[in-house]
Ligand binder design. Structure first.
Ligand SMILES: Nc1nc2c(ncn2[C@@H]2O[C@H](COP(=O)(O)OP(=O)(O)OP(=O)(O)O)[C@@H](O)[C@H]2O)c(=O)[nH]1
Ligand SMILES: [Mg+2]
Length: 213
């Protein structure tokens, strides 16, 4: 009897260890440059771990290497979801260094920034194919969502059968148009937010827990 109890207890220990040690889901934050991906990644990381992921900037292509923050534990309705947040470089069809010259950057720095951004995009695409379990697709709600990049990336994400949430960011701005994003991608759920101001973050965390938990 003692032996059976011991075996039963050790089986139940193994089972509970297996479940509690489940790997965190790796969630990639994708989208065009300047949409607010890093601002969002930083807000999530700060809310749940206390530190940030990386620098934000009004100059496009600030993020040129994928950065991740591991083991972010989000608690929702008594349930806890563990995720790794991966902030990726904004994806464009073309990185033009002359665009950076407008931001008072030296030519040499602008050329380097554009080369790094191109490499970063290749890396982000690789991760999308190999290394993420779910995607948060961030769009600037003041911009037209009907672009080739958005259509192509959402298409790739769908072809990988990855769960995806679309975040309509910058709703603090008057020109923000969430409906336009909902109409562009009616097959997916769109969540409005302001990563900068922290608007609607409760719904953001509810949806993250629902989709990726
Ligand atoms: N008004 C407003 N501005 C925002 C919001 N989120 C981000 N921004 C601003 O948008 C700019 C770009 O933000 P980032 O977080 O660096 O954007 P990103 O998508 O990471 O850009 P890349 O790394 O270049 O691809 C910054 O000036 C942010 O302060 C928002 O919710 N509202
Ligand atoms: Mg960034």
């Amino acid at each position: 009897m003692g032996l059976i109890t011991e075996i039963r207890d050790s089986i139940s220990n193994v089972v509970s260890t297996l479940f509690s040690a489940q790997d965190p889901k790796r969630i990639g934050i994708y989208g065009p440059p300047n949409a607010g991906k890093t601002t969002l990644a930083n807000r999530i990381a700060r809310d749940w771990t206390g530190d940030a992921v990386g620098p934000e900037s009004h100059i496009p292509h600030e993020t040129r290497r994928a950065r991740r923050k591991e083991n972010v534990e989000i608690e929702r309705n008594g349930k806890s979801v563990r995720i790794d947040i991966v902030d990726t470089p904004g994806v464009t069809t073309k990185v033009d260094y002359t665009e950076f010259l407008e931001h008072d950057m030296e030519k040499e720095d602008a050329v380097r920034r554009s080369r790094e951004a191109t490499e970063g995009v290749a890396e982000a695409m690789h991760w999308l194919r190999e290394d993420v379990d779910g995607v948060i697709y961030v769009l600037d709600a003041t911009e037209d969502p009907f672009t080739q990049v958005n259509t192509m990336l959402i298409g790739i994400i769908e072809s990988q059968d990855l769960p995806v949430l679309i975040f309509a960011n910058k709703i603090d701005l008057d020109e923000a148009n969430v409906r336009r994003i909902e109409n562009a991608f009616p097959q997916h759920e769109t969540v409005p937010l302001s990563a900068l101001e922290g608007d609607n973050m409760d719904e953001v965390y509810d949806k993250i827990a629902d989709y990726f938990g």
